[in-house]
Design a protein around this ligand. Structure first.
Ligand code: C5P
Length: 221
């Protein structure tokens, strides 16, 4: 692990879930521990980077020397991400952002009625990593793709559609890796490379990913 590979570089990482409020006491969310994003923040910091971690609600301690911005909803995460862009060399989107949010947030707690069926109206959230990748002064942009089938081809589709530089493909159909677990195995996909990383602890994986990101980032400079 090269402790100087990101010296002087500014890295922004999104992590954890977002929460989309329905009323003052309820929300829609995703399962996400935030562990991968926090491990990446620590690894990037150890590689010499200045790290900002934009995090949804998680139960994790902030890694030493990492600047943390806490947010709740996807719209808040987008605002926070955009506020960092002027000083960002590498953007890594690890967050499990809710794809949709309720069209409106009730001012008071929604009361239980007599109806057996209740319908929720949802509106699509902005795609944060795609917005960052399309910004005029775009950083080197990395996304994640959690898939259950045709993992590499779906990941490649997202790499192109979201205009990313790199995507980390994760097969979440395999037991014991990915969401909420302590281990993960991934394939790092760029426009012209594919590199498999065997199952390992998230901390070790984070170090390997930061090494790959630093290497690929340098080829674009
Ligand atoms: O399209 P999908 O949600 O599978 O893409 C996953 C990647 O896109 C992850 O890097 C995730 O952090 C990012 N993403 C985002 N904003 C969204 C949805 C996903 O930044 N609204």
């Amino acid at each position: 692990f090269d402790t100087g590979s990101l010296a002087g570089r500014r890295v922004v990482i999104t992590a954890g879930p977002t929460r989309e409020p329905l009323d003052p006491v309820r929300y829609i969310s995703n399962h996400s521990s935030g562990k991968m994003g926090f491990a990446l923040a620590e690894a990037a910091m150890n590689a010499g980077a200045e790290v900002t971690l934009i995090s949804g609600p998680v139960n994790l301690a902030t890694p030493a020397h990492v600047k943390r911005i806490d947010i709740t909803s996807a719209l808040d995460m987008l605002d926070a991400a955009q506020s960092t862009l002027e000083h960002c060399d590498i953007f890594i989107a690890c967050a499990a952002v809710a794809d949709y949010r309720p069209t409106s947030v009730a001012e008071h707690k929604i009361k239980k009625g007599n109806e057996e069926i209740m319908e929720l109206h949802l509106v699509k959230n902005p795609d944060i990593v795609a917005t960052v990748a399309s910004a005029p002064q775009r950083p080197f942009t990395v996304g994640f793709a959690a898939e259950t089938q045709d993992v590499i081809s779906y990941a490649r589709g997202k790499l192109q559609r979201k205009k990313l530089d790199m995507i980390i493909a994760n097969d979440v159909s395999q037991a014991g890796i990915g969401f909420n677990s302590d281990e993960n195995a991934v394939t790092v996909v760029t426009h012209d490379t594919e590199t498999a990383i065997a199952q390992t602890g998230k901390r070790q994986l984070a170090n390997q990913l930061i090494e790959q990101i630093a290497h690929q980032y340098k080829t674009t400079q």
